[in-house]
Write a protein that binds this ligand. Structure first.
Ligand SMILES: O=C(O)CCC(=O)C(=O)O
Length: 283
């Protein structure tokens, strides 16, 4: 197994293993590389849903995503991220990643690892970006670090309560059900979280999910969130991934945020399978 860095910021490709065949890799080495590089890319993989699920389980217990209508019909551990339509409806999450986020930070137990596998890609566009939240924290001005040291962010799934995001057009009709009734309760998490495995500190807010700061009036909280959100997506923190069919990308939501860049033609098919590992209560 060889590990090659992919950017100055974060991300590495792992060469020489077949994810569907545990005899070709040492999982502890893969896990160490993942903790070190935050995002790992495995190219040219040929993964049946069972292989994808089995590899994902090495990282922990899997969650069934709360977008119940976008799950793989035979494997509820797999979320479909897809622009494909059947019988006039999208079979998968078309708006996944349209704003920078850490997966399901709106839950009491947010996702730790996400594993996204590309089955069909448009010729142009459809890239994804990840940003390093260790570096985001480390490069904050000392005064900001001190100011946010004990603060907690309020995270919600409900897009209608978040002025930084829009409800995607495709969900105009079912927005109340999808983002309102089905939304879990708000989650309150430290703005600086400590990674439970590396012990490093990371900035833990995002434009998609963080709507306020516990106990702080919005007149003060919103400008502070604006500052943190602008800081966390600076170009020097980012790895930009151009997908090829067969890529499996694994990222660590406890120390990264990500964004789906889009930019493909209307009607183009972009189809991926995603699994998610249940994380711990952030501290
Ligand atoms: O489709 C992508 O590029 C990213 C999807 C995403 O943001 C997610 O699965 O959380």
């Amino acid at each position: 197994m060889r590990v090659n860095r992919l950017s100055d910021a974060l991300g590495a490709e792992v060469v020489g293993i077949d994810v569907s065949d545990p005899a070709t890799y040492d999982f502890d080495a893969v896990h160490r590389a993942w903790l070190a590089h935050q995002v790992l890319v495995f190219r040219d993989q040929s993964l049946a849903p069972e292989d994808h699920i089995a590899f994902s389980r090495r990282f922990g217990d899997l969650e069934v995503h709360l977008s119940a209508d976008h799950l793989h019909p035979e494997h509820s551990e797999i979320l479909l991220v897809s622009t494909r339509q059947e019988n006039g409806r999208y079979i998968g999450a078309v708006s996944a990643g349209d704003y920078w986020h850490s997966d399901l930070s709106c839950q009491r137990l947010p996702t730790s690892a996400s594993l996204l596998y590309a089955l069909e890609m448009p010729d142009v566009g459809g890239d994804t970006e990840w940003a390093d939240m260790y570096a985001a924290y480390e490069t904050l001005p000392a005064a900001t670090k001190a100011r946010i040291a004990d603060l907690k962010g309020v995270h919600t799934f409900n897009r209608m309560r978040n002025p930084r995001v829009h409800v995607p057009e495709v969900h105009n009709d079912d927005a109340k059900m999808r983002y309102g009734e089905r939304s879990p309760d708000d989650a309150i998490h430290p703005i600086i979280r400590t990674h439970p495995e590396t012990g490093r500190k990371a900035l833990y807010v995002s434009e998609r999910f963080t709507i306020g700061i516990e106990g702080m009036d919005d007149s003060e909280a919103q400008p502070l969130l604006d500052e943190l959100i602008a800081h966390q997506k600076r170009p020097e923190l980012i790895y930009h991934h151009k997908w090829t069919v067969g890529d499996l990308v694994i990222w660590d939501n406890r120390c990264t945020i990500h964004y789906a860049c889009r930019g493909f033609a209307p009607g183009a098919i972009r189809h991926l399978h995603r699994t998610s590992v249940i994380g711990d209560v952030p501290y």
